[in-house]
Design a protein around this ligand. Structure first.
Ligand SMILES: Nc1ncnc2c1ncn2[C@@H]1O[C@H](COP(=O)(O)OP(=O)(O)OP(=O)(O)O)[C@@H](O)[C@H]1O
Length: 223
């Protein structure tokens, strides 16, 4: 269970997150939506332990982030908006490289299985030759090497075609159901949010998304 209690975050004097609280259970897939600049990436970075809130507390499985950051970090997979792969390495060598850096050694066969499960069969091909969608899959596959229990995805499907979106969506659902992985992801694609998430959190003051989602019959919690 992820618990966020009344967090605040400012950059210089600009308040981005104000009294944000939320709670997400094991195996839930939650969509995080809101206008550009609403604070989605900021919230994901706080949850990923890459920044600290100015006030408030975050708990993962009952452990406070402030006291147990090292143990919590090991259970988190974070995929930022920008790709972080080695373009001149093959898919296999990317997976080998990041597996060696990982705190958990799962072996190359398990790495290949992640790529297979994700419909990324180009194991021997250089990352530079992959399509945008396949690169996104590789980025996601790398984040799964250490078998995180909390997966944070910042626009994982931006700019990719419907088929790859479907494959990623199905893969995430399987991950949540079979491993109990808690998944939070941001997207501006409301069809995808409707299709792949269990519920939606809306961040920011713009109520456009709220109306849009409610029209689609999707339950929205406003942060
Ligand atoms: N390192 C930083 N220093 C100063 N301001 C920042 C920093 N990072 C983000 N901001 C500001 O904080 C606000 C929230 O940014 P954030 O990237 O969290 O929003 P977002 O909802 O993810 O936006 P988008 O949908 O465009 O990705 C924006 O106004 C942004 O300019």
């Amino acid at each position: 269970m992820l618990e966020v209690q009344s967090i605040y975050k400012q950059y210089d004097k600009k308040t981005v997150l104000e009294n944000v609280s939320l709670s997400i259970g094991e195996g839930e897939i939650v969509g995080l939506v809101g206008e550009n600049g609403a604070g989605k990436s900021t919230l994901l970075q706080l949850l990923a332990t890459l920044m600290k809130p100015d006030a408030g507390e975050i708990y993962w499985q009952g452990l406070a982030y402030r006291q147990h950051v090292k143990a919590i970090k090991q259970q988190i997979g974070f995929v930022p908006q920008d790709l972080a792969i080695w373009e001149h390495f093959s898919v296999e060598d990317n997976m080998r490289y990041f597996e060696r850096l990982s705190w958990k050694r799962i072996g190359i066969a398990a790495c290949q299985q992640i790529c297979r499960d994700m419909q990324l069969p180009q194991w021997k091909e250089p990352a530079s030759s992959l399509s945008g969608g396949m690169k996104r899959k590789l980025n996601l596959a790398i984040s799964l090497i250490h078998q995180p229990k909390l997966l944070l995805l910042d626009e994982p499907t931006v700019g990719i075609d419907m088929r790859s979106k479907q494959e990623i969506g199905r893969f995430l659902r399987q991950l949540a159901e079979t491993h109990g992985t808690t998944i939070i992801y941001t997207s501006h694609d409301m069809n995808e949010i409707e299709q792949f998430t269990d519920r939606v959190l809306l961040i920011g003051k713009d109520r456009y998304y709220e109306e849009l989602l409610r029209t689609k019959g999707i339950q929205v919690d406003c942060l």
